[in-house]
Design a protein around this ligand. Structure first.
Ligand SMILES: *Cc1c(COP(=O)(O)O)cnc(C)c1O
Length: 397
């Protein structure tokens, strides 16, 4: 099928929940993707921070193919070797003692919310189940996670929402302190707000949140669905700080494009998730676990995370140079590793469209922020191409 045929079929039969660009991608390799008419694009979005190893990384593809020939799926009623090995590696790479597997970021956050409520009820006192989350946060689209999300646009029309969430501004410790009551069991926060506009935490934000949570004996839950798996230059973003969370959620890049989610936690908390308390049919099935195992092994063997800070700094420096050239268009540039936001004074939608016309895929976030989350394997020459195309786009405005 050509692109026009795919657009027509898609528009006829797929629920119109997405504002899709006129683009149908059929093939990918590294930082490049191709549309159904054979045009090549530079992908600086990577499925929104999913394909950290680039598209169709040969090791991930080989692991998926091999596992697909051996065993696709069995129930979590039985032991699954790749799942157990993946859990071990995730624990070794983090603070966690154990892992619960699911299929997406929203599901990982659902698990975290459920576990926090159980913990609160059992340890802190009956009914201590309220969770504090941040304004402009994003935690997913299920009923619980859209309620946890601090953005009105994902909630419209879905009342009644779930009970039990209180919202405070991001980066405001005093507001968190004021919101903690004798009903609070946890604080849920993204170490860097992604969908909210690539908002970085203040230098000591996580430390002070940790301290507050400890003082009140409540849990600190980090949503690392977007920031995890090397995106910010550490395997998990909290590792830029000196703290550890009680619960951490992961998904997006964990399987480099194969759907898998995980909730990591300490034993102290996870003992409240006993047999029968939570489950998922597909969570951590052999195929998903094989994809994630290959993803993490490749990150480690090729020392990819270690190079993210330098690659991010190169892009941010290039973007700051563009800011000095186009001060009437760009108001701020910021990033942590390869999670980068460019605040615009011109509508971001127009810029994203112009980039697409010049065969560059980028995203938007927050009110008016251009979002760059390229594959972590991006080479210097590819970053230069990215900056050149952006420069051309800004010149055209
Ligand atoms: C994408 C995202 C989610 C939701 O993940 P899904 O896999 O789409 O359910 C949750 N939290 C954060 C921080 C995200 O970026």
């Amino acid at each position: 099928m050509n692109s026009a045929e795919i657009f027509a079929l898609s528009d006829s039969y797929i629920a119109a929940t997405y504002n899709r660009f006129p683009l149908a991608l059929v093939k990918g390799a590294g930082v490049k993707v191709w549309d159904a008419d054979g045009n090549e694009y530079l992908d600086a979005l990577a499925g929104i921070a999913v394909c950290n190893l680039g598209h169709c990384h040969p090791r991930v593809t080989a692991a998926i193919s091999e596992q697909a020939c051996r065993l696709l799926h069995v129930s979590n009623l039985y032991h699954i070797e790749p799942q157990a090995r993946l859990a071990e590696i995730l624990c070794r790479l983090s603070f966690a003692d154990k892992v619960f597997f699911c299929n997406s970021g929203a599901e990982a956050n659902e698990a975290a919310i459920k576990l926090a409520r159980r913990y609160g009820d059992a340890v802190l006192g009956e009914g201590r189940t309220r969770i504090i989350t941040m304004r402009d946060s994003f935690h997913g689209r299920t009923m619980a996670t859209l309620t946890a999300t601090g953005q009105q646009k994902v909630k419209t029309g879905y009342q009644p929402l779930l009970e039990g969430f209180d919202y405070v501004p991001f980066n405001d410790i005093a507001a968190v302190a004021a919101a903690i009551t004798d009903k609070t069991c946890a604080v849920l926060v993204e170490p860097v707000q992604g969908e909210g506009g690539v908002i970085l935490p203040a230098a000591d934000y996580l430390e002070r949140l940790r301290q507050l949570c400890d003082e009140h004996k409540i849990l600190l839950i980090l949503d690392e669905v977007q920031t995890g798996i090397g995106r910010t230059g550490k395997f998990f973003a909290y590792q830029h700080s000196s703290i550890v969370p009680d619960i951490l959620t992961s998904a997006k890049a964990l399987g480099n494009g194969f759907p898998i989610g995980a909730m990591l936690a300490s034993d102290r908390v996870l003992t409240h998730f006993g047999p029968g308390s939570h489950a998922s049919t597909f969570g951590g099935n052999p195929l998903a676990s094989a994809a994630a195992l290959a993803t993490i092994a490749t990150l480690r063997d090729e020392k990819i995370v270690e190079k993210v800070a330098e690659k991010g700094a190169f892009l941010v420096a290039g973007l700051r140079k563009l800011q000095t050239e186009f001060p009437e268009l760009i108001s701020a540039v910021r990033g942590l590793g390869l999670m980068i936001g460019v605040d615009l004074k011109t509508p971001v939608g127009e810029i994203v469209k112009s980039c697409l016309e010049r065969r560059l895929l980028v995203g938007s976030a927050g009110a008016n922020t251009l979002r760059l989350t390229p594959p972590l394997i991006i080479k210097k020459t590819e970053s230069e191409t990215l900056l050149r195309i952006l420069s051309e786009v800004f010149s055209d405005v």
